[in-house]
Design a protein around this ligand. Structure first.
Ligand SMILES: Nc1ncnc2c1ncn2[C@@H]1O[C@H](COP(=O)(O)OP(=O)(O)O)[C@@H](O)[C@H]1O
Ligand SMILES: O=C(O)C1=C[C@@H](OP(=O)(O)O)[C@@H](O)[C@H](O)C1
Ligand SMILES: [Mg+2]
Length: 173
């Protein structure tokens, strides 16, 4: 079993993934961290010192390698993972994978991301909360096409981490 979390930046993939894995006693893999380990630099440095295209190639390569591992795990993707290369197809064709979309409103995402944008190169330079909200609205509209193809869609906008994990455990077990 591979429980894979997708969704926009700030939707809680990393936080939910870590807690869910620990409650289920499964290994937790965070795709961005795997890329950072292999590249020996932060995601923001990969974007600035290499390029986004370089990052997307690595992201796809690392995803495929992680999925080859023969064990059960919880995997948190990066916000863009299902939207590039053939990543979504690879996830959908793998019978072990349950893909879950953590859906969160634009307002909530803006609220969470404005204080955390520095570590996220795609939004790091956006100067005001209004501009960030406008960017997220448009970007999420484009990406939702991919996220919505998940096996399970959970609107977590008003939920606490513990509630999300409890619901996911119930739905998955
Ligand atoms: N359900 C939640 N309720 C409140 N804060 C949350 C929730 N999920 C995530 N957060 C917070 O939002 C921020 C982004 O979460 P993170 O797990 O890094 O998202 P992602 O990996 O999808 O970008 C973090 O500060 C995290 O603590
Ligand atoms: O949405 C994206 O394209 C990205 C999201 C990031 O992960 P989080 O969704 O965990 O912030 C990280 O993979 C990179 O900065 C690109
Ligand atoms: Mg993350």
């Amino acid at each position: 079993m591979k429980i894979v979390l997708c969704g926009y930046m700030g939707s809680g993939k990393s936080s939910v993934g870590k807690l869910l894995a620990s409650e289920l006693g499964l290994e937790f893999i965070e795709l961005d961290q795997e890329i950072e380990k292999i590249e020996k630099r932060y995601i923001s440095e990969i974007f600035s010192e290499k390029s986004e295209i370089y990052f997307r190639k690595k992201e796809s390569e690392v995803l495929k390698n992680v999925l080859k591992e023969e064990k059960s795990m919880v995997i948190s993707l990066g916000g863009g993972t299902p939207c590039y290369a053939n990543n979504l197809e690879i996830l959908q064709q793998n019978e072990e994978v349950t893909l879950i979309y953590l859906k969160v409103s634009v307002e909530k995402l803006t609220d969470r991301l404005f204080s955390e944008k520095a570590t996220r190169p795609l939004i790091a330079e956006i100067s005001s909360e209004e501009k960030l909200e406008e960017f997220i609205r448009k970007h999420l509209f484009e990406r939702q096409f991919y996220y919505m193809q998940s096996d399970l869609i959970l609107d977590t906008t008003t939920m606490k981490l513990t509630e999300i994990v409890a619901i996911l455990k119930e739905k998955l077990m």
